[in-house]
Design a binder for this molecule. Structure first.
Ligand code: ZN
Length: 408
């Protein structure tokens, strides 16, 4: 048993945190009394470790090997094809592992990764990411989502590969209905994903409407299907960009359906800020979904890293602090409440979407936590300070320090 004493929590209160094995034993003022091994935090902030609920580990770090393209989603998907054909098990494993390790240094100990499942890469991306997850099982938990990046109907054979991926160990059913050729095919894509999820008893996490075209409305198909099948609280919709371009009437209706189906939304402003609005001149659309309206309706919203130096996005370093800061800019999050909301979007919100029952700073929860080098979340977010110490299941897994000297 060991403890952190004199810690500051995100709500500003002071507390000690006592850890017993893999769990938090108790938390509160004076809780460390009598514990033999105590680390004094001297008023520094203690947070639960971050969660990256939407990342693509199979594609990370391939940017330098791709040809240049027009910067759009379609351009990126096509630019990756050639590289995807050359994926090897070791190549995917090494790249995914590097980003998982960097994420842990930056305070993220749980990740949920989409992994392409299609007739180009077949199951190689999934095998590589599962191996990286296994390599890193001592420092992080990595879930995988079987993601039919090239569509289900427009990529014959992908459905059978999705079945094989779930049998191989993918945790969640992915999807990308708006990528299909027409509305009927989109509806069929959604139906097939729900069929798979029900058959394998898995949650669903789809890429939904990642386009500026307000006429693309597969979010409503997903919400209708979830409501019709009673699949409430088990579905996440990622990106949802076209909702921002759609009219008020449709938006209000579909947001209400999302709330009723307890659909979580993974807004990924970091990538969509550079990917969307490419054809606009003058006032350029931001590509970020309707975060304010979804939030007001009580829809659970998380922020994800999405991409790290791949065909879609040249930046990213597995830092959810950076993701929170960029997302706060995209979503106009500047009040105290808003800034607290940005923390929620990289902690409790992905935990809820992933239905984690052992997450958070509370007695009985898993001891995935960190000490930050400042007294408040506002300061940590503003100054982008990496965690001093990160624990995974009660074990110290990363330490960082930043030094700088000014000669005045
Ligand atoms: Zn994505």
């Amino acid at each position: 048993m060991w403890a952190l004493s004199g810690a500051r929590l995100a709500d500003g209160s002071a507390a000690d945190v006592v850890v017993d094995g893999e769990r938090i034993a108790r938390i509160g003022p004076g809780a460390a009394a009598g514990v033999p091994e105590v680390l004094d935090c001297s008023g520094r902030l203690v947070l639960p470790a971050f969660i990256d609920g939407h990342v693509h580990l199979d594609k990370v770090l391939i940017r330098d090997e791709l040809g240049e393209h027009d910067g759009t989603l379609r351009g990126a998907i096509e630019a990756i094809h050639e590289r995807k054909r050359r994926y090897s098990f070791e190549d995917v494993r090494d790249r995914a592992r590097a980003v998982i390790e960097e994420s842990v240094r930056q305070g993220t100990t749980r990740l949920r990764s989409h992994v392409d499942v299609d007739t180009i890469g077949k199951l190689v991306p999934l095998e590589g990411v599962l191996a990286a997850a296994s390599d890193c099982a001592d420092i992080a938990d990595v879930q995988t989502i079987a993601f039919p990046q090239e569509g289900l109907l427009r990529d014959p054979g992908a459905y059978e590969l999705m079945e094989a991926a779930l049998e191989l160990g993918a945790h969640v059913v992915g999807g990308m209905p708006h990528w299909e050729a027409d509305e009927a095919a989109q509806r069929e894509h959604v139906r097939l994903c729900f069929d798979l999820a029900q058959r394998f008893d898995r949650d669903i996490d789809m890429h939904v409407d990642e386009t500026d075209d307000g006429g693309v409305r597969t979010l409503e198909m997903v919400a209708d299907e979830a409501l019709a099948r009673g699949y409430t609280g088990r579905v996440t919709a990622g990106h949802v960009c076209s909702l921002a371009a759609a009219g008020e009437e449709y938006s209000a209706r579909v947001i209400d359906k999302c709330a009723r189906a307890a659909i979580s939304v993974a807004a990924n402003p970091v990538t969509n800020l550079v990917l969307q609005g490419r054809g606009d001149r003058g006032l350029i659309r931001r590509g970020t979904t309707r975060i304010a309206e979804l939030r007001a309706a009580g829809v659970n919203i998380m922020f994800g890293q999405d991409c790290v130096k791949d065909g879609f996005y040249p930046f990213g370093r597995g830092s959810m602090l950076e993701v929170a800061l960029i997302s706060a800019h995209a979503a106009h999050l500047t009040t105290r409440d808003d800034i607290a909301y940005a923390l929620r979007a990289i902690t409790d919100a992905p935990a809820l979407a992933m239905r984690l029952s052992d997450y958070g700073l509370a007695a009985g929860m898993r001891a995935d936590l960190m000490v930050m080098p400042a007294a408040s979340w506002e300061e940590v977010l503003r100054l982008q300070l990496p965690p001093e110490s990160v624990w995974f299941k009660g074990r110290l897994v990363a330490e960082s320090s930043v030094t700088s000297v000014l000669y005045h």
